[in-house]
Design a protein around this ligand. Structure first.
Ligand SMILES: Nc1ncnc2c1ncn2[C@@H]1O[C@H](COP(=O)(O)OP(=O)(O)OP(=O)(O)O)[C@@H](O)[C@H]1O
Ligand SMILES: [Mg+2]
Length: 240
């Protein structure tokens, strides 16, 4: 079994004349929660998008599940789950209807019991299951997206600022769910500017500044990454 699930090899990205990513390399292992941390405009979302094939690198390569993004993007997209900063789905459909619709597009068939199990697992209140998603809060929409990923049995989750705009209880709940999925073997790549949140949830944090990786922090045997150390490195880079 392939143990390096997400690999960036000397990735560079240029938009017009601007170098947005500069020689970025890292590898995310199976079952790892890897956070890319950096200030606004550091290049976090751009890095994530190179794995989804929506941004083309000017140099270097991106691999997911042993497949090259340049060559096998459709297979990669059919396997991974991506939660953008704001999960929208279809507002006029309910959570259950959205799930049924996206499963049918992916030609995956699941029973209503299996859908109910997934929605229970992400702890979406059952009163909301059949209400139009336009009435859902951000946290509720995110739960539906994760339930869909569970039903698709996605081995990899890409998350862009997943906890921004969630209340503290929703963040705790979200973190516990992500930790449980990772311990079951799901590989999680998230981008965030939240130092504290990244330290709580990630096994490893890469600090990105102006398109370059300038620090790497590991949890090791500790229960979480040392917030103070990451905060010091982060603010030294972001005070200009
Ligand atoms: N499609 C694009 N065309 C031109 N420039 C872009 C494009 N996408 C991003 N950029 C530029 O690339 C840089 C990095 O953007 P990116 O969205 O990756 O940052 P980020 O770290 O995700 O920031 P934030 O925390 O604000 O989401 C910014 O200077 C941005 O203006
Ligand atoms: Mg971003």
């Amino acid at each position: 079994m392939q143990s390096e699930i997400i690999v960036a090899s000397s990735l560079s990205v240029r938009f017009n004349e601007q170098t947005v990513l500069d020689d970025v390399s890292f590898a995310v292992r199976k079952g790892e929660v890897f956070a890319l941390l950096g200030g606004n405009g550091a290049g976090k979302s751009t890095t994530l998008k190179t794995f989804l094939g929506t941004v083309q690198p000017s140099a270097g390569s991106a691999m997911v599940l042993g497949m090259s993004v340049a060559d096998e993007i459709s297979t990669i997209r059919s396997k991974v789950a991506y939660l953008p900063e704001s999960v929208t789905l279809y507002g006029h459909l309910s959570g259950v209807e959205n799930i049924e619709y996206f499963l049918s597009l992916a030609q995956i068939s699941r029973t209503s019991d299996e859908i109910a199990d997934a929605l229970n697992r992400v702890a979406l209140q059952s009163a909301a299951w059949n209400r139009a998603m336009s009435h859902y809060s951000k946290g509720m929409r995110q739960k539906v997206a994760i339930a869909l990923a569970l039903l698709r049995e996605a081995p990899v989750l890409f998350l862009d600022e997943p906890t921004s705009g969630l209340d503290p209880n929703a963040i705790d709940e979200f973190n516990q769910l992500i930790a449980a999925l990772a311990s079951e073997g799901t590989t999680v790549f998230m981008v965030t500017h939240d130092v504290y949140g990244a330290c709580q949830i990630a096994h490893r944090i890469a600090l990105l500044d102006q398109g370059k990786i300038v620090g790497m922090f590991e949890r090791g045997e500790a229960s979480h990454i040392d917030t103070e150390a990451v905060h010091t490195a982060f603010s030294a880079r972001n005070k200009r």
